[in-house]
Design a protein around this ligand. Structure first.
Ligand code: BGC
Length: 499
């Protein structure tokens, strides 16, 4: 395909690759899967703060919200309300295992198409919901879409990207998540004044990207890895030429064939994942998910409007602040795209841990000191809280957010890649579920202490990154074992035993 520049794939100078227009189109279309995920993340907080929605499905919460003397931190604490948000992630958790099977057996592309079908049905049910049952069913189907999409899209992106640009192209997925969250907060802002159906429009909006993914995915190719893995070697080679934009793809093709042959000998990938040799990517992949969620990011993303109302903003001001944090999230993710293949992964993880920690601590102190249980924040303090939330989101957006998806997609060897990645995705969904389900109750029980709780986690994850996360910048995706694990001070011991 057209244009671009000749580049070499990572540290393998033999792999010639241009950044082709075709790859660019594939990346954009596939990443729409991330946009839908982000939209679903961002829309819940706004919808659950809309009175029409609460009156219809959660009248008890609505009544409690109206009581002005109610404890600041507890007005939204309701298990069913949290279930509305969290059911999606529980469904996604289960779905990612099925998605791993379809990714291996049918390919990455059909898995994305399945995701778009789930999304469409889910959107229909949730936005047209006549009762709680339909509403939750809709969320569950959306969750299936998320499980299938989040499994297939990052793998797809990592596999079609030339190694040298893999980090940046993979983060396009995260960029689309953040754009989805931002669009959702703008939609929340406008639909909140449309009575009584604003929430239906808000939930229905996800139908548009779902349609784009469905039709767009007809245009994109299957990844060469997936084709070769399923014995479609000629097609695999032709696709490789097409996406790399050069005729001479022999070296890369041979390395893919070898990786696939080796992968084929592994009859039970899940058992292989339990072997010592798989320990480094497995432990890192799973812990990154726990850590990503225990940064506390989704306490802010899901519940930003609710959180801002809690600390004393009015309805609209709260929704508007969510738009502001959403914009910061998008712009900072762009910064991540530019930096990840330059500074490397480790630098971003460590730098951001310090930044996020400082913000959380100061927010906690302001809230503990000035908000109390029934007071409200003064204008200045409220502004400072919003600014600190923005700086915190900034740090997350160029580090733990995108790297939580990137690192597991590039560190498992081919023979356990879809399975290992599925475990990572489902682990992410599990902890996202935990935060979504528990945050409002934790806020009610721990009050401002919740920010110190997340701070403690940030210290732990920073130390983990410092000692246990190796640099994978520019390393060819199928060469991680030799170039990374075998040379790492700690992880190499597992390689020697298992090799
Ligand atoms: C996380 C989401 C989070 C989002 C925020 C993603 O990487 O997985 O849980 O809401 O980043 O931008």
């Amino acid at each position: 395909m057209a244009g671009g520049f000749v580049a070499f794939s990572g540290d393998s100078p033999a792999f010639q690759a241009k950044m082709t227009v075709y790859v660019f189109i594939c990346v954009v279309i596939a990443a729409v899967g991330g946009l839908i995920f982000g939209y679903d993340i961002g829309i819940s907080g706004g919808v659950t703060a809309m009175d029409d929605f609460l009156m219809k499905f959660f009248p008890a919460v609505y009544e409690r919200k109206k009581q002005a003397h109610e404890d600041n931190y507890c007005k939204y604490d309701n298990q069913f309300l949290q279930l509305f948000t969290s059911s999606l992630y529980l469904a996604a958790l289960v779905a990612s295992f099925f998605a791993s099977a379809t990714c291996s057996k049918l390919g990455r592309k059909p898995t994305m198409q399945l995701a778009s079908v789930f999304f469409l049905i889910g959107v229909g049910l949730a936005s047209g919901a006549a009762n709680m049952y339909m509403l939750i069913m809709g969320r569950i189907l959306l969750g299936f879409g998320v499980g299938f999409g989040n499994q297939a899209v990052p793998l797809f992106l990592s596999e079609i990207a030339p190694a040298r640009l893999r980090g940046g192209l993979n983060i396009v997925f995260q960029l689309m998540i953040t754009i989805g969250i931002l669009i959702a907060s703008v939609v929340n802002y406008f639909t909140s004044s449309i009575h009584p159906y604003g929430w239906r429009l808000a939930l229905g909006g996800a139908g548009i990207p779902a349609l784009i993914l469905l039709f767009g995915s007809l245009l994109i190719c299957e990844t060469p890895t997936s084709l070769i893995e399923r014995n479609k070697t000629e097609e695999g080679k032709a696709t490789l030429k097409k996406i790399r934009g050069v005729e001479d793809v022999d070296e890369e093709y041979q390395s893919l064939v070898q990786a696939c042959e080796f992968a084929r000998q592994v009859k039970d990938p899940y058992r292989r994942l339990m072997k010592p040799e798989s320990r480094p990517p497995l432990v890192i992949g799973l812990l990154l998910q726990l850590f990503q969620q225990f940064t506390g990011i989704n306490a802010i993303m899901f519940y930003a409007p609710v959180l801002f109302q809690t600390v004393g903003f009015g309805n609209n001001a709260a929704l508007l602040s969510a738009v502001i944090t959403g914009s910061v999230n998008v712009v900072s993710t762009l910064v991540g795209i530019l930096l990840v293949d330059r500074t490397g992964r480790r630098f971003l993880l460590l730098q951001a841990a310090v930044q996020m920690l400082s913000c959380q601590l100061v927010i906690g102190i302001i809230l503990a000191k000035d908000l109390g249980v029934k007071g409200t924040l003064g204008k200045t303090e409220a502004m400072i809280v919003v600014i600190l939330v923005c700086v915190y989101v900034m740090g997350f957006a160029w580090s733990w957010g995108p790297l939580g998806w990137l690192i597991p997609s590039e560190t498992f060897p081919l023979e356990t890649r879809t399975e290992g990645y599925a475990l990572a995705v489902s682990c992410n969904m599990f902890f996202t579920f935990v935060i979504a389900q528990a945050f409002l109750s934790m806020l009610c029980a721990m009050k401002s202490g919740i920010f110190f709780f997340f701070s403690a986690w940030i210290v732990v994850m920073g130390l983990f990154a410092l000692f246990f996360v190796p640099e994978t910048k520019g390393v060819s995706i199928d060469d991680i074992k030799d170039s990374v694990w075998k040379r790492h001070w700690y992880w190499k011991r597992f390689m020697l035993r298992g090799a």
